[in-house]
Write a protein that binds this ligand. Structure first.
Ligand code: GLN
Length: 203
């Protein structure tokens, strides 16, 4: 099990406004983390990391705004809180969103431009094997569901691509994925994230 600097299992919050948060909770616990659902700004206190799940980015940001979570979460992530963002979560974090709602407001922290539903609306979902940098062994099952397409990658490290576009990127303590590891049995990315959260940084 991964231990945080304080010698206990890292505590990972999962943003629970809407979307696939239960699946992340299960994967994180199976991978050895302690978990907490995040619904208010108080829930961010004391976390070693946070997951922003897939779902509907417009609804998620609207709900965060409504409960007063948008500002505090932006501050925490900008301050170094380890963050795993999947699919809609990547859109929520992105600096630039194309094909968003007119007033779609996100956290604006991840230096990418993403196109919502960029893989096409007809082909809603598909699965492809992905080669992920630094991950030995077999390829990772990439489950894409109305995923964002990364149109421009700025100050990020691209750790996986598909069809010529980044599908996994890292920026400081943020790991953002276009696909859904929580919908597979493969825990390698959750384990990697827990390691990253356990390795310290501002709390
Ligand atoms: N298309 C969704 C959005 O724009 C994301 C889909 C997903 O998270 N599976 O927010």
């Amino acid at each position: 099990m991964n231990k945080s600097p304080k010698g206990r299992a890292p505590l990972i919050g999962v943003l629970a406004m809407q979307g696939a948060f239960v699946e992340h909770l299960r994967a994180l616990e199976a991978a050895g983390a302690k978990t907490r659902l995040v619904r208010t700004r108080e829930d961010i206190e004391g976390l070693d990391g946070i997951v922003i799940p897939g779902g509907e980015s417009t609804t998620m940001t609207m709900l965060m705004e409504r409960v007063g979570l948008l500002g505090p979460l932006r501050e925490a992530i900008a301050g170094g809180l380890a963050t795993l963002a999947t699919c809609a979560g990547m859109i929520v974090l992105a600096k630039d969103i194309t094909d968003g709602m007119a007033d779609q407001q996100g956290l604006g922290l991840l230096d990418v431009r993403v196109r919502r539903n960029g893989y096409g609306r007809q082909v809603d979902s598909f699965e492809v094997p992905l080669r992920i940098e630094g991950m030995n062994g077999h390829e990772f099952p990439g489950v894409f569901i109305r995923s964002p397409l990364v149109e421009r990658a700025g100050r990020v490290d691209v750790v996986a691509t598909y069809d010529g576009h980044p599908v996994a990127v890292r920026q400081d303590r943020i790991l953002a994925l276009c696909f859904h590891p929580e919908l597979t049995d493969d825990l390698r990315l959750h384990r990697e994230f827990i390691r990253m959260a356990a390795s310290g940084g501002p709390r």
